[in-house]
Design a protein around this ligand. Structure first.
Ligand code: GCU
Length: 680
């Protein structure tokens, strides 16, 4: 396969013949005695993997007789596993695994079949990367309980903010899928440790509202069955007004008895069809979606009602905090969209049922290339939280530009909130440890569609891969993840891996350089959000302004003279963002309105920074394409050409960005570039 369909499960054959022979000699037997779909899936992954990488066929053997080879299973289901690594059991939790190898016998053990599957994928990764050592001893467990993907797929087959073709789940107003394709998606997700999927768009339209009732529920159950084998629980996005739209009730008031009963009956039906159903994902009172506000109730009333219906089955309610006034008057400078999530949800801390999680976007606005971290992380001490990232590149080049997002996510996860003395980075809040929360984790908007290579831009696969790896272990570095992805997806050639890693790692900085400067965001074309348009959202209702005039630019969000947003942070974060001198350059225009001649900490003025970064960014975008072209001889055609076309488009489009932004600010400010470069 040269199209990229197998993605990071390509499992390239070992090139080094001596190493291949040595490794192959160790693995010709396999023992796995449990009758379980997930263990069977793990066996099949192992078989494939050993065959592709080592050219070796695994033969099956009784676990008690195996002397040389691989034995896999759970501690309860397999005595041999218990003997070889059962001592690790206590430390592994439900999803962790242990791998032990010595003298040609390797054991992969876990408490559950999913743990075994993760162990097998880990082994294959080591094998593919050539990192398998003779006396291996590994123990891993995921940092986060919930490691979720959100599909923004619609039943008509379209995908909201999807840039890689149509849905693999739906077409023409029907649930329509190829089981093989869905299974391969489940394999990709499980291979990086993801364990939950919300299978439809958070904007739940008319037909999708019916997913929770027959006849569609049975079809959803078929999807759940495919994912179940790979340890992935299925969730549904639900319409808060379902009791009206599906149930024919006159109201969806969360405190009305008949509404509560209606949801309970739906939960009964759903769990009959899908016994391990994960729960509901809800976008309510947000961007014109219905919600509890209609009835004078708050978000906790709404979430708790659903939580009560799901609680008997262990189901979860994931309630999104992306709530703001989307009909703002652009003349009104007192309303600040950035404040909205905190203002709505902070007063409700401690009022949500134990099976409710709040899903909070990484930043206060909407997945811009640069935003501060949402101040809700660290503020809400008595509420379960999930962080929401966007893998699909809505505002970061739409999978036509290269933008490896892992460094952005790492910066968010490492952000110190000052929520407690011992240190409270975002990653320790969402995993539940800082405040001792029972549930927590990651959610992210998927970037795949029915394109042959899943993500359109082949290199955009690295974002999906990286998301899963980080959800499992936020300590992994962006460099490690990039190198792992490149070696597995493209092949182990060191020149290719090095070059691709360099491209991936510099891509976010390059993209930020030629687009919206210094944290201001939003200089895009309305609606589709692709390409430069400085005033595209300036006189609009969405609350997304830069306030550029002839003197200066930026949004004053200080407590002293602005919207007060900076005051939503804790301790020194609030002080640093408030202060013109201490605010990090890259967020300056998010927090402050300054003259173009304001000197940044870097020593250059704001206007000169805009010119410098835009000239530089466009130049570097061109270099990305040239770097890829230097790998021509190492690449299969399909993969090479798909990426080359996009990198060339990016190089051209980056010039358009450069010239639009530079020209706009030159004309606004009347200040020339210090280096006399061409501005139109
Ligand atoms: C963004 C995006 C919408 C999406 C929304 C959400 O605003 O443009 O398409 O529905 O986020 O996260 O709900």
């Amino acid at each position: 396969d040269t199209s990229g369909y197998k993605a990071w499960l390509a499992l390239h054959a070992r090139a080094d013949e001596a190493q291949r022979k040595r490794e192959a000699a160790r693995y010709d037997w396999l023992a796995a005695c449990e009758q379980h779909d997930t263990i069977a899936a793990a066996v099949s992954e192992l078989r494939n993997g050993i065959r592709s990488i080592l050219g070796q066929e695994l033969r099956e053997i009784d676990p008690n007789r195996i002397e040389q080879g691989i034995v896999i299973g759970t501690f309860d289901g397999n005595e041999r596993i218990r003997a070889l690594c059962g001592d690790a059991s206590e430390q592994l939790g439900a999803e962790g695994f242990a791998i032990r190898a010595s003298e040609g016998l390797m054991a992969i053990g876990a408490n559950t079949p999913s743990g075994v599957l993760y162990g097998v994928f880990h082994l294959l990764r080591l094998l593919a990367l050539g990192e398998l050592t003779e006396n291996l001893s590994v123990m891993e467990r995921p940092a986060n309980g919930l490691r979720m993907i959100n599909q923004w797929d619609n039943i008509d087959g379209s995908i909201e903010r999807g840039y890689a073709g149509q849905s693999i789940f739906y077409a023409n107003d029907a649930i329509a899928f190829q089981p093989e394709r869905v299974r391969d998606y489940a394999r990709l997700l499980a291979s990086v440790g993801l364990n939950a999927i919300a299978i439809n768009n958070v904007n739940v339209h008319r037909l999708e509202s019916g997913f929770i009732t027959e006849p569609l529920l049975s079809r959803i159950a078929e999807l759940a069955a495919i994912f179940r084998v790979y340890g992935i629980r299925l969730y549904l996005s639900v319409n808060f007004a379902s009791p009206i739209e599906v149930g024919g009730l006159p109201t969806a008031d969360p405190l009305a008895q008949d509404v509560r009963l209606w949801w309970k009956e739906r939960a009964d039906d759903i769990y009959r069809a899908i016994p391990d159903f994960g729960g509901f994902l809800v976008k309510a009172d947000s961007e014109n979606r219905p919600g509890p506000f209609t009835y004078g109730r708050n978000h906790a009333d709404g979430a708790n009602m659903l939580a009560e219906a799901l609680a008997p089955y262990g189901g979860l309610v994931i309630w999104r905090c992306f709530v703001y006034d989307c009909k703002q008057d652009w003349r009104d400078r007192t309303t600040d969209r950035a404040r909205a999530a905190y203002d709505h949800f902070m007063p409700l801390d401690g009022t949500f049922h134990p099976n409710v999680l709040l899903q909070i976007k990484n930043g206060p606005m909407d997945f811009q290339v640069r935003e501060p971290v949402s101040p809700l992380f660290g503020a809400m001490e008595r509420t379960n939280q999930l962080i929401e990232f966007q893998i699909t590149q809505e505002y970061t080049g739409q999978q036509r530009h290269l933008c490896y997002l892992v460094p952005q996510w790492k910066a968010v996860l490492d952000f110190e909130t000052f929520a407690c003395h011992e240190g409270a980075p975002v990653k320790r809040i969402v995993d539940g440890t800082v405040f001792g929360r029972p549930y927590g984790g990651f959610a992210a908007v998927s970037n795949i569609g029915c394109d042959e290579n899943w993500t359109g831009h082949p290199l955009a696969q690295a974002n999906l891969y990286g998301y899963g790896r980080l959800a499992w272990n936020p300590e992994l570095s962006a460099e490690t993840i990039a190198a792992e992805w490149a070696a597995q997806a493209i092949g182990p050639d060191p020149q290719a891996v090095d070059t691709i890693c360099t491209m991936l790692l510099e891509s976010l900085d390059i993209y930020e350089s030629y687009t919206a400067p210094l944290g201001v965001g939003w200089m895009v074309n309305p609606e589709h959000h692709y390409g430069p348009n400085v005033d595209g959202y300036e006189y609009d209702k969405w609350g997304t302004y830069h306030f550029a005039d002839r003197y200066g630019i930026g949004v004053d969000r200080t407590v002293a003279s602005g919207t007060g947003y900076a005051g939503q942070y804790i301790g020194d974060n609030a002080k640093a963002f408030e202060s013109l001198d201490r605010c990090p350059d890259e967020l300056l225009l998010f927090f402050h309105h300054v003259p173009y001649t304001h000197k940044l900490q870097s020593g250059v003025t704001v206007i000169q920074h805009i010119y410098n970064t835009h000239f530089d960014g466009a130049e570097r975008a061109g270099e990305l394409a040239r770097k890829w072209q230097s790998l021509r001889h190492l690449m299969p055609d399909g993969l090479y050409l798909a990426a080359e076309a996009r990198l060339l488009e990016q190089a051209e489009h980056a010039k358009e960005w450069r010239d639009r932004i530079n020209t706009y600010f030159y004309r606004k400010s009347g200040i020339a570039d210090a280096w006399g470069r061409t501005i139109y």
